[in-house]
Design a binder for this molecule. Structure first.
Ligand code: UTP
Length: 406
């Protein structure tokens, strides 16, 4: 983009300060900066998104499959799922583009070693979980790994170095998610350097759009993929490509499925599956009123379906809807930046906003969703924090209980 064009574009959004060091940054720096500005989606990057998702419609419980119901039909669900996997209809999508700031690891979260007597990496555990299925079924499932500019190289190198933990390399695909710039509290874009915006991954909601951009959605279509099982990097106990979950969702005729665990207590910090104005939706714990989160009947909490970030989405629905805008969530964060005086600042307090779309909002886009219950002790060991709740320590305990040697 020509300088004058770039200047006009930034001026139209009140962001001319971005060019403050234009004369100093050289040809390569100018190219970098203009590319970053050109890639901004100005609809997504705006303080108007602050609190915009607060207003909620009419909330009602959503019908789902309980453990008991699943047990009663297990053989039927399993057979349908195994058939679909053998027919090549399933792909697995590992969301690994996050920054894992809470864990504070230097490198991609999946490279975290959770072993005790030997190295056991998070990525390795996930591959083992997938192999449990692929060995039983006798067919491979393509594994699509979403990275970001911040961890792409390190993630690819790690898999290569470990020989993909025994999974066939030709079945593993990497793709990058897009980045989005952060703003300060006055709506001004923050710079990370004289020639660069303060960019971070734009949330896990853009996974399908990024898959399309990478040409992989088309490739999966060619391969006959009809379903995507999308899951988080940090739950080391989850079942991936679970035939019972897949079969149940296919037989239900719904366009998506979501694994859930029963909430242990009303204040538990998990998103809850419910109906909102008649459509399936996930409401974040901080958006569910105290009254609804505590509401109970003779069976327990009414809003008790806590999502664990393990979903199934039907490919034809994704193709139809992925261009629709997902709600943008403005997260108040500490964003390191280059001050007006050219000095780099690492703030102690939240100083800006990052803009993200979230996968949980895709459940609403799907229009229909099958909630599918799983046992917490057998399928939910997320690693979010260094210590305490949802940490390496708590995940180790659960892995040991499930017979995994560490
Ligand atoms: P989290 O919401 O736990 O975020 O991500 P995080 O970035 O891993 O960790 P914190 O909050 O900085 O400590 C849930 C899942 O979504 C993926 C993560 O990699 C994780 O699997 N994710 C998150 C992305 O792939 N891209 C993103 O932009 C954000």
């Amino acid at each position: 983009m020509e300088f004058q064009q770039l200047k006009a574009l930034l001026a139209a959004h009140g962001q001319e300060h971005v060019l403050r060091w234009w004369d100093e940054i050289g040809e390569a720096g100018r190219e970098k900066l203009s590319r970053e500005v050109e890639e901004i989606d100005w609809n997504d990057v705006s303080l108007s998104h602050i609190g915009a998702n607060g207003a909620r419609g009419a909330i009602a419980p959503i019908p789902g499959l309980s453990l008991r119901e699943i047990e009663a039909r297990r053989a039927e669900f399993d057979a349908a799922g195994v058939d679909a996997i053998r027919a090549g209809k399933l792909a697995a999508v590992l969301l690994a583009g996050g920054q894992g700031t809470r864990l504070g690891l230097n490198g991609p979260k999946g490279t975290c070693d959770i072993g005790i007597t030997r190295p056991v990496y998070i990525f390795e555990r996930l591959i083992r979980n997938l192999q449990d299925v692929t060995s039983r079924v006798g067919a491979y499932v393509p594994l699509l790994i979403m990275t970001s500019d911040l961890n792409d190289e390190a993630t690819r190198a790690f898999f290569k170095e470990h020989d993909y933990f025994g999974y066939p390399a030709q079945e593993v695909y990497f793709f990058r998610q897009a980045m989005a710039p952060a703003m300060d509290e006055n709506g001004k874009l923050l710079l990370a350097a004289k020639d660069g915006l303060a960019l971070s991954p734009n949330g896990n909601g853009g996974w399908y759009a990024s898959l399309v951009r990478a040409g992989l959605a088309e490739e999966m279509e060619r391969r006959g993929v009809e379903w995507y099982n999308v899951f988080a990097v940090d739950n080391v106990l989850q079942r991936i490509a679970d035939p019972v979950f897949l079969g149940a969702t296919i037989l239900s005729g719904m366009a998506s499925g979501a694994k859930f665990v029963r909430k242990a207590y009303p204040e538990e910090r998990v998103g809850v599956l419910c109906l909102e104005d008649g459509l399936p939706n996930v409401i974040e714990y901080y958006e569910l009123s105290k009254e609804l989160s505590e509401l109970s009947d003779e069976t327990g909490l009414v809003y008790s379906y806590g999502v664990i970030l393990n979903y199934l989405f039907r490919a034809d629905m994704l193709q139809r809807t992925y261009k629709d805008r997902l709600p943008v969530h403005a997260a108040h964060k500490k964003v390191p930046y280059l001050g007006d005086d050219g000095v780099f600042v690492k703030p102690e307090q939240e100083n800006g906003y990052k803009f993200e779309t979230l996968i949980l909002d895709m459940v609403r886009e799907a229009g229909t969703c099958l909630p599918f219950e799983v046992e917490r002790e057998r399928e939910f060991a997320p690693i979010k924090n260094k210590t305490g709740k949802d940490s390496v320590e708590s995940a180790r305990e659960l892995l040991k209980k499930n017979g995994v040697e560490l």
